[in-house]
Design a protein around this ligand. Structure first.
Ligand code: NAD
Length: 473
């Protein structure tokens, strides 16, 4: 087995052959690195049939499901290096960050293996016993974006298994290799039919959504595709989980001054530029109090200047390339548009020379709220930085958007931070941290950033039918 000569799709417990492939490009070189076997509509039919057949027995076996999830976690741990190398090759993220993603994926599986599904007791007295139980939906279609395919696949597989569903995973055509490798590694470890892995394009995702035997779609990706999926799911009222894009604001409060500036700037920098900013809940807009604007942006610019941008396998590199040509073009276009609108580039600017899709971490100031770099999700290493005079003004600017995934408040007074957090319209608001995601903590978007919640007990409910059992005594 080698990661870059991936085997075929996982269908009914077997790795199958297919005449079609997807050419995968290594963003560090701009060259093809693999031909990934691609699933066909016929393979989709077979995978759904197998998932439907496997579902009733799987639903009745919570012990076997927990044991399988422990095995999934072990397989992820034992193959961390191979998974990380594949992930780094196809996405360009530094290989140590890819290894962290693999470790996080195992943690999701282990968390979901931990216990039985909750049963809520509403009444339990001489007259009646009323309980709310969690019943599986059936077959879940899991559609994955390119930016964190291993973590997101593991999160969806783990939650589907824990709730008694079978699952078919369709990775992005831009980064299908790690998920294909995961399917290969799990082929012998999970019962036939309970997991399908089908690399393919958007049209295969649409076919999965349209399939009448698929009861739920768990989608992570762009808002546009989320809307299309919601519309396509409407005729059958399919269950949905939509984890969509964000434009997270970070607000630094006026108490951050003196020695706190450099310390806070380092944390904000990491929240904005980790994995080249290609994180759904990265800091994508930064609001600074006017008195420290110059000092804070200087500290950020110094950090950006120290970034070592290059080969993701080089241990001295702190930032790899942007993951694909389209995203690289988008980030460059947004920065050019911001400059044309009067913005000033404080750090970064031109791409690092070479054939890959390299950008230096870029800071842009002097922008109006309606500049595209401020108003839209950039999903890349270019951060707009905006001054404010009153905290209420920063909160209003942060909330003046259709996005509502995450936000953060930075302060020397955590209680004051929590007060400001209460007025921010986002599914997750962090104080003195940003983007902390963990299997036991619900995560998802308000407004157009999503529909439903992943992780925690809320994630289990999202993948379940809540079933009330009412017994008269
Ligand atoms: P995308 O929407 O282009 O593609 C995501 C997946 O959906 C791919 O597998 C694609 O093939 C499939 N797809 C596209 N159109 C479809 C359709 N009509 N029907 C069914 N499937 C379809 O997104 P992307 O560019 O891969 O990912 C980047 C986006 O994902 C960013 O906006 C980012 O913020 C978001 N994201 C959100 C979260 C979250 O948890 N909220 C996490 C990671 C990424």
């Amino acid at each position: 087995m080698t990661a870059l000569s991936p085997s075929g799709p996982l269908v009914d417990g077997k790795l199958v052959e297919t005449p079609h492939t997807i050419t995968v490009v290594n963003p560090a070189t701009g060259e093809a690195c693999a031909e990934c076997p691609a699933a066909t509509p016929e393979l989709l039919e077979r995978a759904v049939d197998a998932a439907v057949r496997a579902a009733p027995a799987w639903a009745k076996e919570p012990g076997a499901r927990r044991w399988t999830l422990e095995t999934v976690a072990t397989v992820l741990d034992e193959n961390r290096e191979a998974l990380a190398r594949t992930l780094s090759t196809e996405t360009g993220i530094p290989v140590r960050d890819a290894a962290m993603e693999a470790a996080g994926a195992a943690a999701f599986a282990r968390h979901r293996a931990a216990g039985p599904l909750p049963v809520d007791s509403v009444h339990d007295d001489e007259r009646q016993r009323v309980q709310v139980r969690r019943a599986p939906i059936g077959v879940v279609g899991a559609i994955i974006p390119w930016n964190a395919p291993l973590l997101i696949s593991a999160e969806k597989i783990s939650t589907a298994f824990a709730t008694g569903n079978t699952v078919i995973v369709k990775p992005s055509p831009l980064a299908p290799l790690t998920t294909a490798l995961l399917g290969e590694l799990l082929a012998q470890s999970v019962p036939s039919g309970v997991l399908g892995v089908l690399p393919g394009g958007d049209e295969l995702g649409a076919a999965l959504v349209a399939h009448p035997a698929v009861g739920m779609i768990s989608f992570t990706g762009s808002i546009d595709a989320g809307r299309a999926i919601m519309a396509a799911a409407a005729p059958r009222l399919k269950r949905l989980s939509l984890e969509l894009g964000g434009n997270d604001a970070a607000i630094v409060l006026p108490d951050v001054s003196g020695g706190a500036v450099a310390k806070t700037a380092a944390k904000v920098y990491a929240g904005a530029f980790y994995r080249s900013g290609q994180v759904c809940a990265a800091i994508k807009r930064l609001y600074l109090p006017r008195p420290v604007f110059g000092e804070f942006t200087e500290a950020l610019a110094a950090l950006a200047g120290q970034a070592v941008v290059g080969d993701p396998f080089d241990p001295s590199v702190t930032m790899g390339p942007v993951s694909n040509r389209a995203q690289s073009d988008r980030v460059r276009g947004l920065v050019e548009d911001a400059v044309a609108a009067g913005g000033t580039v404080l750090a970064g600017g031109p791409e690092v020379s070479g054939p890959g899709y390299f950008h230096r971490p870029t800071l842009v100031t002097g922008l109006a709220a309606d500049t595209a770099l401020v108003a839209q999700e950039q999903f890349g290493p270019a951060l707009p930085v905006l001054p404010y005079d009153e905290v209420d003004e920063a909160v209003a600017a942060a909330n003046d958007t259709d996005y509502g995934l995450g936000a953060s408040v930075w302060t020397t007074d955590p209680e004051r931070g929590a007060e400001v957090a209460a007025s921010l319209d986002a599914g997750s608001v962090w104080v003195n941290r940003h983007g902390v995601v963990s299997p036991e903590i619900p995560f998802g978007g308000m407004k157009q950033s999503g529909y439903g919640r992943a992780n925690g007990a809320a994630g289990l409910d999202q993948y379940s039918e809540l079933k009330t059992v009412s017994v008269r005594r």
